[in-house]
Design a binder for this molecule. Structure first.
Ligand SMILES: C[S@@+](CC[C@H](N)C(=O)[O-])C[C@H]1O[C@@H](n2cnc3c(N)ncnc32)[C@H](O)[C@@H]1O
Length: 266
């Protein structure tokens, strides 16, 4: 959640690379989703990330991860991979769900986020099978067909090449295994949408600006980041276009977030 406040602000140097764009003062300004920028951003907010996440989502993010591990449950002994794992909350949820018996690999390319995850790991012995790995989601250091589940929560939108990220998830997933994507989406029901827009546009950036010790400026660009990322069937279609089948999606909390589930052909 917190990343929304930052990933959407215009780059310090003006022009940038990436896929998102906005007609800004009649110029096409692109949001910088380069690895360096994303790493720098998350490196800066890592120490506050968990606290802000829970605050800004009013703790609903915990419920979303809980739903994810229930819907896409581990079975058997094959390992699980969580990419863009950040401080590891979804990886820990998978570890708990599997009773600590299954190896869970937790991959991210921002070292500061992984370091917080390592600290959290040390607090509970059940997490000893969680292993943090520094890796780019677009180039995963794992063999084909390795994991029973490959998951990502609130990370796919930050990967500069969404399709490449999805292809890598599919590649390392076992045939017949599952890919789970938890991501923000747009609520459909109008009265709720009005409240959501108000919160996203007016409230959340102010709370974020007030609390986060981040040099980057929170920006009104926030809602656009969510609104321009594919959701619902469009994201399912992207999953299907990148080696996955039988995609389904489950809107959560009025559609603020959506869980996408697809399979790798057996
Ligand atoms: C919003 S955080 C999500 C963290 C965590 N999954 C959660 O649910 O709270 C996004 C994470 O994606 C990571 N990330 C973005 N692009 C990445 C890439 N190409 N490779 C690896 N990690 C990436 C960032 O470093 C950051 O930790």
């Amino acid at each position: 959640m917190l990343e929304l406040l930052y990933s959407i602000s215009p780059p310090a140097g003006g022009l940038a690379v990436g896929r998102s764009s906005k007609d800004f003062f009649n110029f096409m300004v692109k949001v910088d989703k380069s690895n360096q920028r994303v790493q720098r951003m998350f490196g800066q907010i890592a120490s506050n990330y968990d606290r802000m996440n829970h605050l800004l989502s009013m703790n609903v993010d915990r419920y979303w991860r809980w739903r994810t591990v229930r819907k896409v449950s581990p079975s058997g002994d094959a390992p699980i991979l969580d990419i863009c794992t950040g401080t590891g909350d979804l990886a820990f949820a998978y570890c708990r769900k599997a009773g600590g018996r299954v190896p869970v690999f937790s991959a991210d390319f921002t070292r500061e986020m992984l370091q917080i995850g390592e600290k959290k790991k040390r607090r509970k012995s059940i997490y000893q099978n969680v292993r943090f790995i520094e890796a780019d989601a677009q180039q995963l250091p794992f063999d084909d067909d390795t994991f029973q589940i490959v998951s990502v929560s609130f990370g796919l939108r930050n990967i500069s090449d969404t399709d490449r990220g999805l292809r890598e998830m599919a590649r390392v997933c076992q045939p017949g295994g599952k890919v789970a994507v938890l991501e923000f989406s747009k609520p459909g029901w109008q009265p709720f949408k009005a409240f959501y827009d108000f919160y996203m546009n007016r409230i959340l950036p102010k709370i974020g600006q007030f609390f986060a010790k981040n040099e980057e400026e929170a920006y009104s660009y926030l809602p656009e980041s969510v609104s321009e990322f594919p959701d619902g069937q469009r994201l399912v279609d992207r999953m299907h276009g990148n080696g996955l089948i039988n995609g389904r999606y489950y809107p959560l909390t009025g559609g603020i977030a959506t869980l996408y589930v697809a399979e790798k052909p057996a």
